[in-house]
Design a protein around this ligand. Structure first.
Ligand SMILES: NC(=O)c1ccc[n+]([C@@H]2O[C@H](COP(=O)([O-])OP(=O)(O)OC[C@H]3O[C@@H](n4cnc5c(N)ncnc54)[C@H](OP(=O)(O)O)[C@@H]3O)[C@@H](O)[C@H]2O)c1
Length: 320
């Protein structure tokens, strides 16, 4: 099978197309003939070599999210999976390939009305958006700020907050054009990356969902209303300053809360139930997937250059 491996850590040029023997599914696993492969931010982080300390070695195949058809199953897995179209979480790698292994506990059937491409644009990010909002105890009528809204997690968070009856859905983004696209998905106010939204933006928020973190995080803690909650779901801007907690302590009398959220802490059946519901909603046109570009697997290098350049709105998807 064709696959893409990390031959050298660093620039996208370190990604190489290879011909490798297809893996065989072990107990508890399925083998999927991929139709669509999601390109995620974590793939670029691994490729840069930042996570080498976690054991990622040369030859690693990136990619954690695929959709396609089950073509083989491990010995204790029901044969009825064979032939089914599924979305799958492959773990921290193995996805950039014509055939990918996934644990049977991490696959969800794709409804007939949803393409594989749309499945990988929604499968992981929709779940993070849903549980990120519930972790923040978001309630109808509340004002929400989505920081880093132009990525796949932010795009889903904007839609779910709007559909959930938010009083306002503000977003941070880097261009007017992106802001307009986010408005079409449910944003009511567009802020620049610093959080400046002009005279008409809300002065405070009940909920901040933050995909960015980084050095500016404390200034967004300052935007919380009394009893407001900030939940960090991503770190695309890097780690926040070590003393960011002093900002909260200085506003002690506002009773604000700070939390991180990882979907890893949600039980698989709960993730699957939400994902299946979102797949159904997307196939009915009630949730919109945003695919920046579909590229052939052979162009993984180009996909990573586009991600590194910050030009991606939504998700890039590779097809074998
Ligand atoms: N919590 C979980 O369970 C979970 C699961 C999977 C992934 N993740 C995490 O989620 C993140 C990726 O999410 P994603 O794919 O939605 O994000 P993304 O597309 O990589 O980035 C989202 C947006 O943030 C803005 N941005 C980028 N760098 C920035 C910076 N330095 N300062 C301010 N804004 C910046 C960009 O929009 P503009 O240019 O328009 O500002 C970008 O489109 C990663 O950190 C990943 O580890 C979390």
């Amino acid at each position: 099978m064709l696959a893409v491996e990390i031959r050298e850590f660093g620039s996208p040029e370190g990604l190489a197309l290879i011909d490798r023997t297809a893996p065989a599914p072990a107990a508890g696993q399925v083998l999927i003939a991929t139709e669509a492969i999601g390109v995620g931010g974590v793939d670029a982080v691994i490729r840069r070599g930042t996570l080498a300390a976690y054991g990622f070695a040369k030859g690693h195949i990136p990619g954690s999210e695929v959709a396609g058809t089950v073509i083989a199953v491990g010995e204790d897995v029901e044969n009825s999976w064979i032939g089914q179209r599924v979305w799958a979480f492959t773990g921290l790698g193995g996805g950039y390939a014509e055939q990918a292994i996934a644990p049977v506990d991490e696959i969800v059937p794709l409804p007939a009305g949803l393409s594989a491409v749309d499945g990988v644009a929604l499968g992981s990010s929709g779940v993070v958006a849903h549980f990120g909002l519930s972790h923040a105890r978001f309630a109808p009528g509340e004002s929400v700020l989505v920081r880093g809204a132009a990525g796949s997690i932010g795009i889903m968070t904007v839609q779910l907050a709007a559909r959930g009856g938010a009083g306002a859905v503000a977003v941070t983004t880097s261009s007017v054009e992106r802001g307009e696209r986010l408005r079409a998905l449910g944003a009511t106010h567009v802020l620049d990356r610093s959080g400046d939204g002009g005279a008409y933006a809300p002065t405070g928020y009940d909920v901040v969902i933050d995909v960015v973190a980084g050095p500016d995080l404390p200034s967004f803690l300052d935007k919380l209303n009394p009893n407001g909650r900030m939940v960090v779901v991503g770190v695309v801007g890097g780690q926040p300053p070590a003393d960011f907690g002093t900002t909260m302590m200085a506003a002690f009398r506002k009773s604000t809360s700070f939390a991180t959220f990882s979907a890893d802490t949600v039980a698989a059946p709960d993730r699957h139930a939400v994902r299946a519901g979102q797949f159904a909603a997307a196939s009915r046109g009630e949730l919109h997937t945003v695919v920046h570009e579909v590229l052939p697997l052979e162009q993984a290098v180009s996909a990573h250059y586009k991600m590194d350049a910050g030009e991606v709105f939504g998700r890039i998807v590779l097809t074998p």
